[in-house]
Write a protein that binds this ligand. Structure first.
Ligand SMILES: Nc1ncnc2c1ncn2[C@@H]1O[C@H](COP(=O)(O)OP(=O)(O)OP(=O)(O)O)[C@@H](O)[C@H]1O
Length: 230
């Protein structure tokens, strides 16, 4: 069984008739970084929401790391899925320092253990000297690196990244892209990166999944995403 298994997924916003997914399937191996590409409105963000448990499918199954997260009568709440999220607007908590932001998902740990992990994570994204700063005291690139550290600190089973580079200028984007690729290799965390930019996907990912367009979804009842291995 694949590490991430999505099968027969059906979903419509507000329970409406306009299906975003109508029998969608996807599988990913452990440690893989998949790029999710596709036209606007093809359901990329919706798929991440369903994987994270922010929405429940109307039908179909979602399993991550051998655990059924959604399907039949099962629905595992987002905080119990072990899924990390990084969005384009960084979404750091503004009233917490960088260190506190990274520590946020580690509440089950003892204090010394937590301090150790926060130190390691900040070292990994080269923000060791910024632990006591607040997000507004950081540059865009530093905020994004802090957001990666926060998402990676609890060692998620699956990391979901939704357009994490779109607010960065070209130079910064290239260096953050390299760093993210290295972080993902180093941690071996399975991840899905949503992007509009094929170059982003090719720079970081080992597989590209092309989402079928909206038109196709209406006429094909069980579209398979096209998977391109790089
Ligand atoms: N909150 C919502 N309520 C109703 N329909 C929605 C909602 N969010 C998205 N949709 C619709 O669901 C479909 C998929 O949207 P989604 O945001 O997942 O696409 P996307 O591929 O991520 O698009 P983009 O690349 O523009 O971000 C679209 O037709 C969109 O209009």
């Amino acid at each position: 069984m694949a590490y991430v298994e999505v099968s027969g997924l059906r979903y419509a916003y507000g329970g409406g008739r306009d299906n975003v997914f109508n029998g969608f399937s996807l599988s990913l191996e452990k440690g893989q970084t998949a790029g999710l590409l596709g036209p606007s409105g093809s359901g990329k963000s919706t798929l991440l929401r369903l994987l994270a448990g922010l929405d429940a499918p109307l039908d179909g199954r979602i399993a991550i790391g051998g655990t059924l997260m959604a399907g039949g009568s099962v629905f595992v709440q987002p905080e119990r899925r072990g899924v990390g999220l990084v969005f384009q607007d960084y979404a750091l908590f503004p009233h917490m320092t960088v260190g506190q932001n990274v520590a946020f998902g580690l509440r089950g740990m003892s204090r010394p253990e937590r301090r150790k992990v926060v130190g390691e994570m900040l070292g990994m994204v080269r923000l060791e000297d910024f632990a006591k700063r607040y997000p507004h005291e950081l540059s865009g690139g530093q905020q994004q690196r802090a957001a990666f550290a926060r998402a990676l600190a609890p060692r998620p089973r699956l990391l979901l990244l939704d357009e994490p580079f779109s607010n960065l200028d070209a130079d910064l984007k290239a260096s953050i892209r390299r760093e993210l690729k290295q972080l993902l290799r180093q941690t071996g965390i399975t991840s899905i990166l949503v992007t509009h930019d094929r170059e982003d996907a090719e720079a970081i990912c080992d597989t590209i999944i092309m989402m079928p367009s909206g038109d196709k979804r209406e006429t094909v009842s069980a579209p398979e995403p096209a998977v391109v291995r790089l």
